[in-house]
Design a protein around this ligand. Sequence first.
Ligand SMILES: Nc1ncnc2c1ncn2[C@@H]1O[C@H](COP(=O)(O)OP(=O)(O)OP(=O)(O)O)[C@@H](O)[C@H]1O
Length: 323
Amino acid sequence: MIRLDGVGKTYADGTVAVRELDLDVARGEMVCLVGPSGCGKSTTLKMVNRLIEPTTGRILIDGKDVTDENPVTLRRGIGYVIQQVGLFPHQKIETNVMTVPLLYGESRKHARDRAHELMHLVGLDPATYAGRYPHQLSGGQRQRVGVARALAANPPVLLMDEPFGAVDPVIRGRLQEEFLRLQRELEKTVILVTHDIDEAVRMGDRVAVFAEGGRLAQYDVPAAVLGAPADDFVASFVGASRGLRRLAVTPIRREHLEPMNGVTAGELGGVVDADATLEDALALMMREDRPMVGVRQGAEFLGVLTPNGVHKALRASVAAQPS
Ligand SMILES: Nc1ncnc2c1ncn2[C@@H]1O[C@H](COP(=O)(O)OP(=O)(O)OP(=O)(O)O)[C@@H](O)[C@H]1O
């Protein structure tokens, strides 16, 4: 869907922000660009919607070179969410969200209906918030308006630059959760920039770890980035607690379960659903102070997970990834 092919950006003052970057993002995939400050993440994102022109290489969306497209037409198909949201301060929330549909010639009635629908989608009741002004909203609510506005033209592609950066950790977690739910429904192709490895592994189907100069140090699924860092840079960036982080991104698999035979009710800490993560299962074992939990899929009981099974699952999650 989106392909960066040998893309580089050297600014006029000689700063090499991005060097020879190859990156593929599949349709419906959410890819997180993560890395330390100044490593070229925002520059990369802005080259996709041509807010910045690359100095070398090509960027293709659906096989078409973005430089052949009129930038205005191009941006119509690309939603853009930034940290400072950029709402018009003297316009009501509803009007802020309606801006894009109105720009594309929708009637006021349609644009307003669409704005209300989107406000519902991002969890802001239009009856309460449509008539408010941006300064009458909390930071987290403003971020949601930013997301609603980016979705207004129903673009297939969304670019998000630190979209949850300006809010406190609790709200941030909630917004991440909500956006993941929304994304499961909308299946947009998303590139999200963050400097927070936790956010990247939580949100991304795949994670691109950038090093200085826009060098792509590793591009893989979260479990592999945490479980098998490509080099010392990635290992130190993901941090010493990466082992624990892996629990939250590794799913439970049938082959790591043991049969129920002989397990007594007293040994079982509880039951988790098959789509839970290892972290959920281990948290339950610890909370209940029991050596195992049951795993269920709907009405079917699949087996029990023990700490030994957790260990096997972690090892397999790395071994299973193509390097
Ligand atoms: N207009 C510009 N002119 C010259 N250098 C620039 C310009 N914009 C960005 N840079 C430089 O390019 C490099 C990459 O910047 P960029 O904003 O892409 O990094 P980033 O990874 O998004 O950083 P952060 O996480 O701090 O936002 C930095 O060294 C930055 O100083």
